[in-house]
Write a protein that binds this ligand. Structure first.
Ligand SMILES: NC(=O)c1ccc[n+]([C@@H]2O[C@H](COP(=O)([O-])OP(=O)(O)OC[C@H]3O[C@@H](n4cnc5c(N)ncnc54)[C@H](O)[C@@H]3O)[C@@H](O)[C@H]2O)c1
Length: 334
């Protein structure tokens, strides 16, 4: 039977995931939507006969015609909805961040552990990107030896006026932090943030930044975030191992050589770069719900990422290294 999904938050990414769910007809059907802006939810439902509008996310989570929940409301609202879904024993996909504080993430982990099974998947879609998956396999296979350093660069051509300096850490670098943990198979134990000369294109924005993370087994991850890079959306990643180096290739499929030069296309934004990964991520989640076996990024991954972004925000404020202390990892997540 198709999984009946309710979507909480139909803003920018909520609409995109809704379209993805609708392309998976047969596997799932969207039966309900909700948004703090009720007219946005109603507009979604008008276009989709059979989709009910609920006055609040909590009403939607409790509804009989909802088997699983997709949370794409703004970050500060995630914890309440994820906890309600766990209490209702309904699988929930939550866009990043899992929650905005370490305490709320801990509450979610505790609730899921008490429930005894994985119900939560967090939207770290890079883990579904084919290039990152190849990079991880190379590390896991031992092809380049023990990993020593991970270099990551996250460059946006520009950001809207509403973007704040702290968002570079909790909204943007959070993806690089997650892939560092995932690629290296290790946890963050210390963070330092360097702030180079500001890019004048960003006005007063603290941009770029360099986050250096010490991992518990001794590797170091170096993350550059530049959000006024002008030339395009560029995601770079390289792992230096004891016997070799593995680098994400340029994402364009064709390189043109002409007049003594070579060039290729740089993606314009994150959608162009990661759309296939988002598609795979949502399909994987739906299949895991249908098969009752959550395998994607977990509450623990959401917790670890929020702890690390919290430490990075502290490090940039006090201009010193910050130690990262995490709770023990429950067996549910091993
Ligand atoms: N994985 C990624 O790369 C990625 C990309 C974009 C956004 N996101 C994440 O997705 C989430 C949503 O981002 P967005 O860009 O779509 O934002 P958005 O502002 O476009 O949409 C958020 C929606 O949530 C609604 N909302 C606010 N408070 C609510 C509440 N209490 N209950 C229900 N709905 C509420 C708003 O009315 C709005 O429609 C954020 O957490 C963001 O970090 C992840």
């Amino acid at each position: 039977m198709a999984v009946r999904v309710g979507v909480v938050g139909v803003g920018m990414i909520g609409k995109e995931h809704l379209r993805r769910l609708q392309r998976l007809s047969g596997l799932c059907e969207v039966t309900a939507v909700s948004d703090a802006d009720i007219s946005a939810a109603q507009a979604m439902a008008v276009e989709r006969p059979g989709v009910a509008v609920y006055p609040s996310g909590l009403d939607l989570i409790g509804a009989r015609d909802v088997d699983a929940v997709l949370v794409t409301s703004k970050g500060s609202t995630h914890a309440e909805y994820v906890l309600a879904a766990i209490a209702a024993r309904k699988p929930v996909f939550c866009e990043k961040p899992l929650a905005t504080t370490q305490q709320d993430c801990q509450r979610i982990v505790d609730a899921e552990v008490a429930c005894g099974r994985r119900l939560v998947q967090v939207g770290f879609m890079r883990r579904y990107d084919a290039a990152y998956q190849s990079l991880r396999k190379l590390v896991a296979d031992g092809t380049i030896g023990r990993p020593l350093i991970f270099y990551s660069a996250h460059r946006n051509p520009s950001v809207p006026a509403s973007y704040t300096s702290d968002m570079a850490i909790h909204d943007t670098a959070v993806h690089d932090i997650d892939v560092a943990r995932w690629l290296l198979g290790d946890e963050v134990v210390g963070i330092t943030v360097a702030t180079p000369r500001r890019n004048s294109r960003g006005g007063t924005l603290r941009d770029p930044i360099l986050i250096q993370m010490e991992m518990s087994e001794g590797a170091v991850a170096n993350i550059e975030v530049s959000v006024n890079a002008a030339y395009g959306y560029d995601i770079r990643g390289e792992i230096v191992g004891e016997t070799g180096v593995a680098t994400l290739a340029e994402s364009n499929p064709v390189v043109v050589k002409h007049n003594g030069n070579f060039c290729g296309h740089v993606p314009g934004d994150w959608r162009e770069r990661f759309n296939p990964a988002f598609d795979r991520e949502i399909e994987d989640w739906v299949r895991s719900v249908a098969g009752d076996s959550a395998t994607g990024p977990s509450s623990w991954d959401g917790y670890a990422a929020t702890v690390a972004t919290g430490a990075a925000l502290e490090a940039v404020t006090i201009r010193r290294r910050v130690s990262v202390t995490m709770a023990g990892r429950p067996n549910l997540y091993t």
